[in-house]
Design a protein around this ligand. Sequence first.
Ligand SMILES: [Zn+2]
Length: 357
Amino acid sequence: MFFGYPLAATENNWLHDCVLESVKNVHALVEAEKRYPAWPKILPNEYQARLKSRTGLRDRIKAYNNALRKLSSKGERDYILAAVTDQNRIADLLSNACDCAALDALPSAIHEAAISLFDFAFVMLTDLKVRDEHYTAIYNAAIEHVCPFCGTEYFDAPGAPREALDHYLAKSRYPFAAANLRNLVPMGHKCNSKYKLAADVLYDADGVRRVALDPYNHTSIAVVLDDSDPFDGSTPITPRWTINFDPDARAVQTWAAVFSIRERYQRDHLDEGYLAWLKEFQNWARSADRLADTDDSLVESLRRFEQLCAVNGMRDKAFLKAAAFRMLRLRCEQGHERLKRLLRDLLAPPTTTAPCS
Ligand SMILES: [Zn+2]
């Protein structure tokens, strides 16, 4: 992803904290062979008055208690309790500093109750306005109002129909983190519903453990197209793109794989936009009286246009355009004669035939 979200946006995590503490209270009572208390005494003291009327929450914590008490093995119960904690060590899991048991490794007797309770808590985040406050904090802190996972989808302002809120660690595998704001990230519709889906960012398709970017703790990354060939891609005059990232870290490769970034950029943005970008370059150069009668003037025009795109950041895919024109400039500097001919013709006065006019 191209920028991280502010950790401060996750501070209002009280509902998750409350439910997690309540589950730990259930485990403690079961191990002490004590009876389940009257509602809402299973909740931490500070949340009892606030959540007393929430009968859906009441029923689901009680159902979790009943399911847990059916497990006669203390070892199985302890294994579940460890997963309750470990599935929420989000930063450590993403950096591969720790592991956790996923749902399918837990005793099946607890599955339904665990999923139901934490799914319900996730839905409560909307009702309790926690979700909207979380999104507003992220939106207001962002310089660019785009989906940072692809850089090409715009985010609407708070108050508009809500953007998707992705469970970064999929709730189908890590249900105890389903209502944890640290695991919840606003995401564009395409990234969420067409590409990431329920992919496990901690394991690849072959089940190999991997590291992943932490949406709340990482610096920006850049797209690098320098190794592309200026011709003979999807058409003879479209570049054959080589898409790299800086830094080229393992977590960046996980991100690119989970969100199909290379495939999407080549098909939907680079191939699709390239001829229009050349036309834009032509229009800009002509309006600025920038001719390309020498190699130096051509390179300088490319450099100026690249810089113009770069200052526009993520808007209108300007970061991809800047990377493409950087590649064209580098190739011209290296003496790519076919490319220089094409670009010189492009910037020639309008009376001359230009390939993109
Ligand atoms: Zn996106």
